[in-house]
Each structure stands twice: as C-alpha cells, then as structure tokens.
Write a protein that binds this ligand. Sequence first.
Ligand SMILES: Cc1ncc(COP(=O)(O)O)c(C=O)c1O
Length: 402
Amino acid sequence: MTTSASTFRGRGPELVEGRAHMARSGIRAFMDLAWSAGEVIHLEVGEPNFPTPPHVVEAAHRAAQEGWTKYVANAGVPALRAAIAEKLRSRNRITGAAPEDVVVTAGGAEGLYASLLAIVEAGQGVLVPDPGWPNFRMIATVLGAQAQPYRLRPEDGFQPSLDEFERAATPATRAVIVNSPSNPLGTVLERDRAEAIVEWAARRKLWLVSDECYDELAYVPGSPSLASLADAAHVVSCFSFSKTYAMTGWRVGYVYAARSDLIELVTKLQEPILACVNAPAQAAAIAALSGPQEVVAEMRDAYRRRRDAAVSLFRADGVPVVQPAGAFYLWVDVSEWRPDDWTFAEELLSEGRVAVAPGSAFGAAGAGCLRISLATEESALLEGCERILAQLGTPALRRSRG
Ligand SMILES: Cc1ncc(COP(=O)(O)O)c(C=O)c1O
C-alpha cells in the first residue's frame, strides 16, 4: 500500500507555517509549466545557452582524477580565494581585496543567503528591489524577516533612489539589497547613485548587500562595484561564476566584505548549510578565472547582438521595452494591451508556444510587464519575440500581415 504525504496531514508533526506558505519564485513556476508544455521556445530561463568553456570542464575532470574528492575548507580552497581576490582587485577595482576577505559559496544564491543569515534577524526588515529577483523576498521569508519592497521607477531610469528607500524603510530595517546589473531590468547603477547609496546606508547604520552576479555582463563602462567606493565597510558583495562563465550547474559564487567579523561569520555559517563547496567545481572556478577571458567577451557580444535585434522588433511595433545596459534580460511593458501579465504569459505558452517570465513574479511593480531572456540562441529568440507581438496583435505586425 502506498501512502501520500497528505495522508498524514493533521495527524503528525506540523511543518513551519511561514515557510510552507512561502510564495515560490514565479520564474520557477513558469519554468515547470514550460517544461511540461512540450515544444515551446524558452525565453523564461536566466541561464546562458552556451556550454561551460572546455578548459574549465577539463580542470574539474583533472582535479577529480588527482584526488580533489574530499572535504575542503569552509571558506574555499586557498588557490581559489587568492584568484578571486586578484579578480576583485583588477576587474572590480576593490584595491584592498585579500584572500581572507573572500568566502567561496554555492553560487550567488547561497552567498546571498549566508550573508543575510549573518546580518538579519527574525522580525527585522530587508529593503528589496521591486521589480527584483524573487529570491531576495524568499530569503527574507525563510529568515522570518520582513521583505520591504522599494520601487524602481521608469521615470527615474529604474535606478534605486534614496527617496524610495526612505519610503520603504522602518525602524526595523537592517539591510538594503541593491542589484546591478539588474535582473529583471538590465539596468546598471550610475556612479553618482552608487556613491549616494553607499553613503546613505552608512549614515543609517544599515548593511548594504550588493548583488553583482552579472558584474561582467555590462554593455556600458563605468558602473562601479559598491565595495570599491569610499567608506564601504558596511558593504557585503555577492558574485557568481554562473552567468559570466556559463557555469550555472557548477554552483560556485563568492562573498566579499572588508569586515573580517562578517567574513568569519559567513565562513562559520557555511558549516551547517553545506560544509564546503564541491572541490572539483572549485578547481573549475580557478581555471575560469585564470584561463582565457575571450570566452566571456564572446558571450557578452552575442547577448548584445541579440539585445539590439530584439529591442528593434519591439520598438518597431511601438511596444515599450527597456534597453538593457547589462545582464541578459529584456523588460517589456505590455500593460497597454494586456494588463494581466500572468494570464498573458499563460496564453503565450498555450497559444503562442513561447515561455516568458510574467513581470509580477518580480514584485507588484512588475504587473503588466514580461521578462524575456536573451540567453537563448538568436533565431529562436527572434521567433519567440515575433510570436509575442503576434499574440499582442501590435500594429506593425498587423500591417505586415496584410
Ligand atoms: C540577480 C541574481 N542574483 C543571484 C543569482 C544567483 O545565481 P547563482 O546562484 O547561480 O550564482 C541570480 C540567478 O539567476 C540572479 O538573477
């Protein structure tokens, strides 16, 4: 006889209510729908369509053969911490970065989680971008903290603003999360704004968590790493190998902070979470940083070409779209035609055979918008965009179809 979990409901120990009712990421929900929908064009996933570079795969293979198959230090293997510190100094201009300021994490996701675990208690507040990556809100929920959304407004170029921080903050606020380049908007923080945010958080005695997981996928120069700015001791920076090197499945990222007490605590917290990051994946990450970087430039150029082609398609039909300055997403405003983005995304999947992420998955401010991933092969991407426009019935297409 088989028993399902529901057979026990009400008769056994209970789950933690707050966590059981946590809203799951709408992106993941749509990924599941799309995978079960058969032949569709996938524009919902934020995952490079490129393979991990062969020299990176080879390094992991060799490491496993050479015996990198045991536990390693919680904070990461010394050679990787050193390579990361050098990358932070040379590419992110964080001049004082040293290996002991770095913790290797299981992707940016776990780096963010461990960092927030170290600085936010249950009942406290975390300012999160709206629209913003859903995991920020989910982490706050898991910690029993309150996600406090701050609006990113189109009339302000979707830049985080101190006025919006002040509007969202309460005396319980303990940290603010800033994400540049942004998922889902593709916007990149301007230098003046970055300086003002670092100064504001310091004055308010808040931690500033800087999610820079797309740091090497910027199409414009000049966006600084927040930790490179003056008086950034309260900044905790989270980075990832996932997007830069097409390494989403390897699960390697890192946290940097100038505060040694914070780094020590994140290192200690890795113990109950995962002990340490998988050793061959760390060997792969060393190869990614120390090997040829042209692969990164090639992928970035491909995303830029796709961005230009897709933006032109939407603009030709008069559909408002944010031209991303970084990351690999298009933020398309379909509210004039279809204000209910969730229903429209479902319709796109069932009738248009194209999967996108509905804007409201990224927060209330995302209503009426869609997020389209550019990390898809170009002809499929453009066909997917055409299908979205056809489903919207926008003017140029109607004209071209007679
Ligand atoms: C804004 C943002 N931060 C962090 C991550 C974490 O990525 P990973 O855990 O693969 O490094 C993602 C992944 O989609 C993201 O979009």
